[in-house]
Design a protein around this ligand. Structure first.
Ligand SMILES: [Mg+2]
Length: 218
């Protein structure tokens, strides 16, 4: 069954505003839990720059893990993410409030083989909104979700490349940059002017409500 196709069909038939959220470092914490996982296999993530490769080093010898080893550790982490990952501060309440007036969709760049365990983590925390897991560029997916409707839409992600993709495919969609981890956030290149930078979910909620024309009702 093509789950993504069903989700796109259901959302594209709605008349409500749209909120598309990335998952890692936006809805679920990623870097801190990944570091805790790495510690369990005698490694550590050093916040020396905005990348994983080269910054994952063995605890005992400080030796950088090879690309293959990094890929292996990421695979093991995502396969057991339900043991490590938890929601970003404030996200559960903010999304549950917004869902009264807007459609929420999770758009995660996770390989589809990890989709079930990711779904389990989100559901465990009451984040039961539809999820699309794909390694394709995000812009065309967001454009399909909007489907030419005249509804306001926002896209929230921590990776600037994804914002570029959405800008190209869905130019009217408001782009919000949100990265939960403050240490790595400081190392990011400055976001382009048309991208709104949110510090946290309280900040993001204000920006989203303003763009979608939804007054705070709490
Ligand atoms: Mg992310």
């Amino acid at each position: 069954m093509d789950v993504s196709g069903d989700i796109i069909k259901a959302i594209a038939g709605s008349s409500r505003p749209l909120v598309v959220c990335d998952v890692d470092e936006v809805v679920l914490e990623f870097l801190d839990p990944f570091d805790r996982y790495l510690n369990s296999v005698e490694h550590r993530l050093h916040p020396d720059s905005f990348r994983l490769h080269g910054n994952i080093r063995s605890i005992s010898g400080g030796i950088a893990a090879s690309d293959d080893r990094v890929a292996e550790m990421q695979e093991a982490f995502f396969a057991s993410q339900d043991k490590w990952q938890s929601p970003a501060p404030g996200v559960v309440d903010v999304l549950n409030r917004l869902a009264r007036d807007a459609d929420i969709v999770f758009l995660t760049a996770m390989p589809p083989r990890h989709q079930d365990v990711r779904r389990t983590v989100l559901d465990m925390h009451g984040l039961t909104y539809p999820m699309i897991a794909t390694e394709e560029p995000k812009g065309p997916v967001v454009a399909s979700l909007i489907g030419g409707r005249d509804v306001p839409a926002v896209f929230i992600d921590d990776i600037l490349r994804n914002h570029g993709s959405v800008r190209d495919s869905a130019p009217d969609c408001l782009l919000i940059h949100l990265m939960v981890n403050a240490v790595f956030r400081k190392m990011l290149p400055k976001a382009e002017e048309h991208i709104v930078v949110a510090e946290d979910w309280a900040d993001a909620e204000r920006v989203i409500r303003r763009h979608l024309g939804i007054a705070a009702d709490y």
